[in-house]
Design a protein around this ligand. Sequence first.
Ligand SMILES: NC(=O)c1ccc[n+]([C@@H]2O[C@H](COP(=O)([O-])OP(=O)(O)OC[C@H]3O[C@@H](n4cnc5c(N)ncnc54)[C@H](O)[C@@H]3O)[C@@H](O)[C@H]2O)c1
Ligand SMILES: [Zn+2]
Ligand SMILES: [Zn+2]
Length: 440
Amino acid sequence: MEESAGNLGTGCKLILSCNSWTKHSEVAGLVVIKSNYKHFPGGEGSLKSFKMSSIASKFIRTAGKVIRCRAAVAWEARKPLSIEEVEVAPPKALEVRLKILHTSLCHTDVHFWEAKGQNPLFPRIFGHEAGGIVESVGEGVTDLKPGDHVLPVFTGECMECPHCKSEESNMCDLLRINTDRGVMIGDGNSRFSINNKPIYHFLGTSTFSEYTVCHVGTVAKINPSAPLDKVCLLSCGISTGLGATLNVAKPTKGSTVAIFGLGSVGLAAAEGARIAGASRIIGIDVNSNRFNQAKKFGVNEFVNPKDYDKPIQEVLADMTNGGVDRSIECTGNIDAMISAFECVHDGWGVAVLAGVPNKDAVFKTHPMNLLKERTLKGTFFGNYKPRTDIPSVVEKYMNKELELEKFITHEVPFSEINKAFDYMLKGESLRCIIHMEEET
Ligand SMILES: NC(=O)c1ccc[n+]([C@@H]2O[C@H](COP(=O)([O-])OP(=O)(O)OC[C@H]3O[C@@H](n4cnc5c(N)ncnc54)[C@H](O)[C@@H]3O)[C@@H](O)[C@H]2O)c1
Ligand SMILES: [Zn+2]
Ligand SMILES: [Zn+2]
């Protein structure tokens, strides 16, 4: 029977007859599905045992070996990604190898692909917002085992350093975000190669590959019944926006919140403001097409800076009797960051920066703006600790406290990953889910 499942080397062919993306993740979750498996005369029960045994045996067969699979390689800045066959080495000590099932594109991928981030590093495999299954684990890994459902996260949690032990920080000393590093921290080498030439990692996740290797401290184990094609969004953007509001800005009931940038991060921040009971949620974006969409996320007033010939912080001060109570910046644009700070009310206003700035950006404001008792903060990943906190954010989705579907505006098969870049660059998409398994 395994023979008829096709090429077990990549794992892609295990799911030949599924007819929807959701079903793919259900298969991956080893859940019985209703499907047209003509090749499995024993019906769904035998299909289930086939899947369980074949997936488990496939993982046993690949453990400890190099896996050859497809990855989308960025050979140079701003050039379309190229789908290549890469070799993925087995995980070393404290590492895990993941089979990625669904990934999505966040603006941070685009930012580093455009080489606006720190040091351009190519060839590289981007991708950091994803859901997958543990394929194998390296020496010393006790928290995860093959078959576990996981979200890789770009910033980790070693659980032992002062940051991990502090309730106030998610900036782990060992595993905090590092955009310059393109190798594993254990031995300074890449686990990806093509013809023995290394391909760099990105953010320790590199999820634009059917298989990837991560440090165990950057992998959150989640409820196996959570649909990975939805909760993959919690591995970066949505958690970041939500946490930026709920964990960092902390608006009170009835307050006024300004959100700069109405992409997924900004709209998740708006969701946070709605959940916190803010009564005015003002969305600021240079793309007016965002406004209609943003209504679904609780944004109830809109401002396009292009419609005014004075600084947007002054417009907001006029609208709010002196300034907003909280602002959350989710653009990456330095002028928007400064406006987001200067638009908060003196005495109590708090501004939170979440956007990733260009490498030469300088934040300039008059110190008097701070002296007047405004607070400026920043956050990575909404201050969530990935391993400790993300499983419960997944549960918020499972309990219907958090809707993820409305962030998904596009879906493409892996072979069409470049479309996801086009949608984001044109400002058309919120999140585009990229399905690693091709529909057949
Ligand atoms: N801090 C973190 O942990 C973290 C995590 C994820 C993403 N990010 C960053 O958050 C930002 C948003 O990510 P996204 O995926 O939602 O991007 P996105 O491209 O989907 O959305 C960005 C939005 O900002 C708007 N915008 C751009 N310049 C603006 C300006 N000057 N004024 C007002 N609006 C402006 C755009 O029109 C767009 O609608 C990016 O900078 C990304 O790198 C940070
Ligand atoms: Zn991201
Ligand atoms: Zn730590």
